[in-house]
Ligand binder design. Structure first.
Ligand SMILES: CC(C)(COP(=O)(O)OP(=O)(O)OC[C@H]1O[C@@H](n2cnc3c(N)ncnc32)[C@H](O)[C@@H]1OP(=O)(O)O)[C@@H](O)C(=O)NCCC(=O)NCCS
Length: 205
């Protein structure tokens, strides 16, 4: 599930927010091999607008209906998409092409502020099944464990989204359960699968 909603969630703890934003801003480019995560710039506004105007851009599992195509621009003007409670960054190929969007948002699971984030990823349909989804999420996890105090990362995905489930499992996430009837898409209520990864398991193979 990607987190490019333009509204901010209520009730999140501000100190958690400060830590997350500092981490993101200090490290606004995060690289591994040929892939880079970086903050969106003005030159990316066309890419962001495409996410809301091209019905194919986000793929079948993220298509939620009509959306205000100016909302992502307004969010970018407000905080560059690096926010206290949610952040979205560009996934950039070696040649500079923006291939997708990676995101995270604070998830309050009852522990200390900053202890848990939910991550998300969406690649444009021009870049399918080449290992990019796995690589980008590995990079994102490395960024969050490397620059925040998070102990737990989560991801949810449609029960039919096998590509995302495979990618998460390759990164090291564990399938933790099914959230039944959690989202409404294409005329029906759908199940989500919940994945989790705790810090001590990161990199342990
Ligand atoms: C989900 C997504 C991030 C996966 O990225 P990707 O680059 O295709 O992923 P990878 O290549 O790293 O791995 C995907 C695996 O799933 C497989 N796969 C792809 N589509 C599949 C399908 N429809 N059914 C079964 N397996 C599938 C691939 O073959 C690959 O496995 P393999 O290497 O064993 O062959 C990407 O497809 C995407 O952004 N989709 C649109 C948005 C979305 O759904 N985001 C997830 C939101 S929760």
């Amino acid at each position: 599930m990607i987190h490019t909603s333009t509204s901010w969630r209520r009730g999140a703890n501000r100190s958690l927010a400060v830590a997350a934003v500092a981490a993101a801003l200090d490290d606004d480019v995060w690289m591994s091999g040929d892939l880079t995560l970086r903050a969106f710039t003005e030159a990316d506004l066309g890419f962001l607008e495409r996410l809301d105007t091209d019905p194919e851009a986000l793929g079948a599992f993220e298509r939620v209906g009509l959306w205000d195509a100016r909302a992502r621009r307004r969010r970018w003007e407000r905080d560059g998409w690096v926010g206290a409670e949610s952040t979205a960054v560009a996934v950039v190929l070696a040649d500079g092409t923006v291939a997708g969007v990676a995101s995270w948002r604070a998830q309050d699971r009852g522990g200390p502020p900053g202890g848990c984030y939910e991550i998300g990823l969406a690649l444009l349909p021009e870049h399918p099944g080449r290992g990019l989804g796995t690589a980008a999420q590995r990079l994102l996890v490395g960024h969050l464990f490397g620059t925040t105090i998070a102990n737990r990362l989560e991801a949810t995905t449609d029960a039919d989204n096998i590509a995302e489930q495979k990618a998460l499992e390759r990164v090291g996430f564990t399938r933790e359960g099914v959230l039944r009837g959690a989202v409404f898409r294409a005329g029906a209520w759908r199940d989500l699968v919940l994945y989790g990864l705790v810090r001590e398991r990161w990199g342990s193979g």
